[in-house]
Design a protein around this ligand. Sequence first.
Ligand SMILES: [Zn+2]
Length: 171
Amino acid sequence: MPEITPSYVHAVESKLRSFVHNGEKVGLVMSFVYEQGECELCGQEKTSWHYVIENLTTHRHLIIGSNCFKNFQKFLCDWKFEPDRILVSKFFEPFVKWFPMQAPKAMEIDDSYYTEIQTNPLRILESRNAEELSGFRYIMKKHSHGREFVVQEIGYGRKTRSPISPSEDVF
Ligand SMILES: [Zn+2]
């Protein structure tokens, strides 16, 4: 893992301060593998693993790479923000399994933030070249017959192959 250099801190700090404020929860809504990507927080290019995190209060999202995912909590902890960890559903475990070893405080397994998400992961996927997209997982709200549901889906390329769990009625 690269060191946290002054130039890295400088790049990340102002963007992160405008993305999250003390007391606001942040949850993971999608992870995807995309060659030639870029981290929206530090500007690092050729990021492969991407994590779409949503501020569950403002509903803004940010697409970050693995390093910034691991460092997110360190910044918020320094600023005495609470909570400081990214909420992560068990559903994302295959995409985040190395984080607890590399950065034990980076995330908190939580399955209760589903009802608060508003990000539409499909729009994020659509704006990318399908050939460079190798895999993704997301949770998303869907509307059907006047009701809201949360679905968890996985896919390859740009195709969603299989909802891995039945839609969960949350209301
Ligand atoms: Zn980054």
